[in-house]
Design a protein. Structure first.
Ligand code: NDP
Length: 246
């Protein structure tokens, strides 16, 4: 029988979200792809079709840092049956707080915290009784250990870790059919570095020497998806990946 359920990936237009969408397509998952850049989402849709022409791919170009868009998006998704929601969209910002651009500070909190909370809540309310459903939220190694010069970013990711781990426990205690999980990557070569540093290009080799690729991170996310455990953590020192309970 044809699978009519969908996996939603926010921030699917580049980096970890892009590769995660491809990895789920290879597992025959239908996909709903969300980000601002429509051209990149269309490019991904084409790539997925050449990987696996059996899956349906829908794109919803949306700026998730605007509150009204978030409610509208969830309403627009009403006709589709969802099984997994991956809140991956997010960005970082480096530099001392006193030098941070106020608008950027607002946007980062809106996207990384408020939007993630609202989308998680809407998804949980609608699907918590549906067997096999999963909510996966993207934190960071910086969501477990603070890095100076990125305090707003780290604080937003501490929130994501706390929110998702708490929700994971709550869902288990209330015997919900849904599972909540959190992934905490360390340095991964994506557009993240250039966005966080406000640069057109960013040299990961020079800055980190050691980092993961988006493809590797997508595979870690898949192992978290397959696991009964709720936390997937990349160790910032050793770059090893560990799954654990909350
Ligand atoms: P990218 O910059 O490559 O991807 C970020 C994604 O988020 C893009 O698809 C972007 O799409 C989307 N996005 C950004 N702003 C918005 C918005 N306002 N509305 C909708 N979508 C938006 O970075 P990564 O792949 O590295 O980041 C993915 C996640 O992983 C983030 O949450 C990040 O914090 C986390 N992470 C990354 C690490 C790294 O080293 N790379 C380490 C730890 C965590 P578009 O611009 O088209 O809107």
């Amino acid at each position: 029988m044809t699978n009519r359920k969908y996996t939603v990936v926010t921030g699917a237009s580049s980096g970890i979200g892009y590769e995660t969408a491809k990895a789920f397509a290879e597992r025959d998952k239908n996909l709903i792809l969300i980000a601002r850049r429509e051209n990149k989402l269309n490019q991904l849709k084409k790539e997925i079709f050449s990987l696996n022409s059996n899956v349906n791919v829908l794109i919803f170009p949306t700026d998730l840092s605007i509150r009204e868009n978030v409610n509208q998006l969830f309403n627009d998704l009403e006709p589709y049956e969802l099984e997994t929601w991956i809140n991956n969209a997010g960005f970082g910002m480096y530099g001392d707080l006193e030098n941070n651009n106020i608008e950027k500070v607002e946007k980062i909190v809106q996207l990384n915290v408020e939007t993630l909370t609202l989308l998680s809540t809407l998804f949980v309310k609608k699907y918590r009784h549906v067997a096999g459903t999963q909510l996966i939220n993207m934190s960071s190694a910086g969501g477990y250990t603070i890095v100076p010069n990125a305090v707003v970013y780290c604080a937003t990711k501490f929130y994501v870790s706390a929110f998702t781990e708490g929700l994971a426990q709550e869902l288990i205690q209330s015997k919900s059919e849904m599972r909540a999980k959190v992934l905490a990557p360390a340095a991964t070569k994506t557009e993240f570095g250039q966005v966080a540093n406000n640069l057109d290009t960013y040299d990961y080799d020079q800055s980190f020497g050691m980092y993961h690729t988006s493809q590797q991170m997508a595979q870690f996310l898949l192992s978290l998806y397959d696991s009964d455990l709720s936390v997937g953590h990349v160790n910032r020192e050793t770059f090893t990946f560990e799954l654990s309970d909350t």
